[in-house]
Every structure is written in structure tokens, then in C-alpha cells.
Write a protein of this length. Structure first.
Length: 296
């Protein structure tokens, strides 16, 4: 095995994210990375490996009435986002998923009914993920399957349940770093619009901006749904916030473009192949600077 192939194989075994192929609205070259076998983990994934100045916009619990408008705005701004949808909201709104896919966004699985998976049996856990999987499958090109656990309720039991089913194809669960709580220096859109606060879009957007600039990077939690909650103002807030973030120099990535964590120095996965001496490229094969060349 050539040395560069060995290094890529180690990375493939060490990470839990998917997709090397370029996507619509792909990020600059410095945001592209070698990715590997998909996997669910006990701890999930956050935005720790993102470079400073890079954020990942995620939207939960749609699609809803203004999802089309939100998707279109982000597309016009050259921003690719990730939409974690609930299967129960997809029926009759497949057009919204088509729009998101056409606009270069990634569609993820937030389960069928947005029930905490930790309260369910093994069969129920699998069913929650599988039902939504069947609905979003036509709109997830490239086999990039990402899962977010409702309420971030997750434990090794949920991971084991899905690992024993066809739903083990998912990566995740995908968490978030920004957007959990409404304070004087941070925001959560679902709290901004609540009756006890009733903030306007700019005020909520400024609080998101304050948290993003303080943390410098991360996965941002927002909501374009659910259908029975007043999250429509999130669209107006995003229209206010995105130009402000771009002016501040922030870059945007999708969940599948989060850099993979590096393995510890001098430490290989237990079943990784032994290092070998580098060999010249196969005669007739053009040399490649891609460390994952031939390994995707």
C-alpha cells in the first residue's frame, strides 16, 4: 500500500462523517477534507474541528410554510445550510425538500415525530428514524445521511439500537454549539419568539451574532418549524443576520463539510493496516495530490 493511501485509510477509519465529492455551493478549498466511513457514535459530533471564522447553519423541525423562502434566500446569498426535518412534516411538502436539494442544501433526519429517543424502545427508535429516512431518501444525493437527536437526547443505548438496523448508515448525532439559550449575549430563536420575550428579528439576530463572534466558530441551531409554533420570524432574522456575518468575514459550511477529527499522534486504530514504504504511482496513472485519491 502506498504511504499516502495508508494515511488516508487511517483517516477513513478514524472519522465519523461522510462525503468527499464537491457539492453545489461547495466551500473554499481550505474547507474540503478527507472523510470516511459513516458511523453513529456515543458522543455525537459538534463543530469543534471547524476553523475559526466558519459556521454551519442548521434548521430544525421543518419543512414549514416559509422553508421555501428561507432556502431561496440562502441560495441567493451563496450560503449552503443543513435542514434537519421531521418526517411528519414532509407529507404534502415534498416540494420544499426538492427546493432545498436544488438550492444546494443538505437534508438531515430529525426523526418522524420529534420524540426524545431516550424514552423509546429499540423498535420505536428504529421506526422513528426509518420512517423519516424513507421520506427524505429521494432528496439526499450521494448517500450523505446525517441524524440529529431531538432535544439532543442520546445515549449509547440509542446508538446500539440503530447500529443493529439498516439505519446504522447514518452519521451523528449532530449536535450544536450556538443557539441553545436566550441570554444577554446569546440567543435561541424558539425563545426569542416566545410570548414571554417577543423579541424582534434584529434583536434576536444581534444576540446570535454576539454568540457567534464570541465563539468564533460552530454549528448554529435554528428552526424553520414546527408547523404549530411561531418560528416564522426566524426567516426574517436570518435575512438580517447572514449579511452581517458575511460582512464580518464568516464562511459557511454544511454539516457534511465539517473537518474530520485527527487521530491522536502516533496512534492507529486497532485494525488499521501496518505502514508500508511509499511506492511510485501505477504506470499510466496520473500522479495525484489528493490524499484520498482512489480511496473514496
Amino acid at each position: 500500500m502506498r504511504l499516502f493511501e495508508h494515511l488516508c485509510a487511517v483517516a477513513l477509519l478514524a472519522v465519523a462523517v461522510a462525503g468527499c465529492a464537491p457539492d453545489p455551493l461547495s466551500p473554499p478549498p481550505d474547507l474540503r477534507f478527507c472523510t470516511g466511513a459513516q458511523a453513529l457514535t456515543d458522543d455525537g459530533q459538534d463543530g469543534e474541528t471547524l476553523a475559526n471564522g466558519t459556521i454551519v447553519l442548521t434548521f430544525d423541525q421543518g419543512p414549514a410554510e416559509r422553508t421555501w423562502e428561507l432556502s431561496d434566500f440562502l441560495h441567493q446569498e451563496g450560503v449552503a445550510a443543513t435542514f434537519f426535518v421531521n418526517g411528519k412534516n414532509v407529507d404534502g411538502r415534498e416540494w420544499a425538500l426538492q427546493k432545498m436539494m436544488d438550492d444546494g442544501h443538505l437534508i438531515g433526519n430529525l426523526t418522524e415525530t420529534h420524540t426524545a429517543l431516550t424514552n423509546l424502545t429499540t423498535d420505536e427508535i428504529i421506526g422513528e428514524v426509518a420512517q423519516t429516512d424513507a421520506k427524505i431518501l429521494p432528496f439526499v444525493p450521494g448517500g450523505k445521511f446525517f441524524l440529529r437527536a431531538p432535544y439532543s437526547a442520546w445515549s449509547p443505548n440509542e446508538r446500539k439500537a440503530l447500529d443493529g438496523s439498516a439505519m446504522k448508515k447514518y452519521v451523528g448525532p449532530i449536535g450544536w454549539d450556538i443557539g441553545s439559550t436566550l441570554t444577554d449575549k446569546s440567543a435561541a430563536d424558539f425563545e426569542c419568539w416566545a410570548d414571554e420575550h417577543q423579541l424582534d428579528a434584529a434583536t434576536c439576530g444581534d444576540l446570535y451574532f454576539a454568540e457567534i463572534t464570541a465563539k468564533k466558530k460552530g454549528i448554529v441551531l435554528m428552526h424553520d418549524g414546527p408547523l404549530d409554533a411561531p418560528n416564522g420570524p426566524t426567516v426574517d432574522m436570518v435575512k438580517y443576520l447572514v449579511p452581517k456575518l458575511k460582512a464580518a468575514g464568516f464562511k459557511f459550511a454544511r454539516v457534511d463539510q465539517i473537518p474530520a477529527p485527527k487521530p491522536p499522534p502516533n496512534e492507529l486504530p486497532p485494525d488499521a493496516p501496518a505502514p508500508s514504504v511509499a511506492q511510485p504511482d501505477v504506470p499510466g496513472e496520473a500522479p495525484s495530490n489528493d490524499p484520498c485519491h482512489g480511496r473514496r
